[in-house]
Design a protein around this ligand. Sequence first.
Ligand code: NAD
Length: 442
Amino acid sequence: MRKISIIGTGYVGLVSGAGISEFGHNVICADIDCEKIESLKNGEVQIHEPGLDELVKRNLDAKRLFFTADIDDAIRQSEIIFIAVGTPQAEDGQADLSAVETVSKAIGKNLNSYKIVSTKSTVPVGTGNLICEIISKIKTGQKNFDYVSNPEFLREGSAVKDFLWPDRVVIGSESKKAFDVMKDIYRPLYVNETPILHTNTQTAEMIKYASNAFLALKISYINEIANLCEEVGADIHQVSKGMGMDGRISSKFLHPGPGYGGSCFPKDTFAIAKLSEKKGVQLNTVEAAMKTNLYQKKRMVKKLEDLIGETFLNKTIAVLGLSFKPNTDDVRDSSSIIMIQSIIDQGGKVNAYDPVSNDKMQKYFPNINYFNSWSDACHEVDGVAIMTDWNEFRGMDIGELKLRVKNPVVLDTRNILSVEQLLLHGFKYSNVGRKLFENKKN
Ligand code: NAD
């Protein structure tokens, strides 16, 4: 059993902390957000992530998982420290490393024994060196440390599963000792034969950015192909299916939609683009993905305007789905934000509904109307925009929807409604890349 602390108890820190304690280690999750820590001490998880409540409770009860706002103490007590604080986009597009730097200083100050410092936050290539410099400058005495880059690949919405059954674990370290300790932490994953890739720190940092940028690119690519499908009479679902059957391409991340969002792809594509600019290397494909993504979000607004036939002035639009994808309450950079903002800017009103994200979106838009069901949100509206593919929207009764709305207008940005049903009930509708097709087989 290892003594570990995770600094930063957000989506990644909490899932990783609970996951590593599930592996049998003693884990302290530390955060500067005292309110969050107090709730977690009582087993109250404030984010929506399937399976996380149970995982946290089980390990709290087993006395393997602890929460504290005393970051210095957590560091002093631990042999391994994972940095899992946020690295949001700074004004200039680069990753804001201020929280990482603050934690590095705290580690330097509290280096009371040999420790392994590992970064789970997504940080630009070269940050490992910066962290080591900060710690070395601040630490006093002979105590030493080793550094590991251990990027996290979990996806919100299936984070617990992704953490406990990952496709791979990347461990970037020049220290054999640190690599062996990290392998030991992840030992339970050997049962599933999870590949462990050992690289140097720069390579591990690059694998994370290169992976996210590639996935962003894949989404933007399929969105552009979907837009072209609309013009030429092809069905994007069948195109994706046909492409995905090719093992070189794979069917993952070939679903068209309103553009990617969330707390990772938008900021990570910006950060890698900034890094390449700084290094004088062209990254045209990633630049194109970013441009396409913004265009796609705006295209959704234009589609709804076209359906309504005029601007949103004095119109009420139901925006269904606020999180950037289903099974999470994370609304950061969600496509619904641009949609809501555009409706408001044009003088329209928004009736918003999400199964779990109403509260989070309230911080961005405190003055729109929030509802507790899609049915209530759609009462007497001039149009409906489906922004997130929550299962409950897939099962929506189109007949009931027709009875609720003032104008039968639907923009289905996730292609989850039956076109046949929409037509049957006289809806004016649009979707992404399959205007003329019924969703019979998919
Ligand atoms: P988050 O915003 O949910 O959580 C960050 C946490 O760090 C917050 O609880 C915040 O209070 C805390 N924090 C900030 N400054 C701190 C400090 N000085 N000391 C202690 N705690 C501090 O962020 P997240 O989504 O968990 O992302 C964390 C990192 O992991 C980011 O670099 C992100 O890019 C990366 N990542 C995120 C995901 C994801 O799906 N969310 C997946 C893989 C990697």
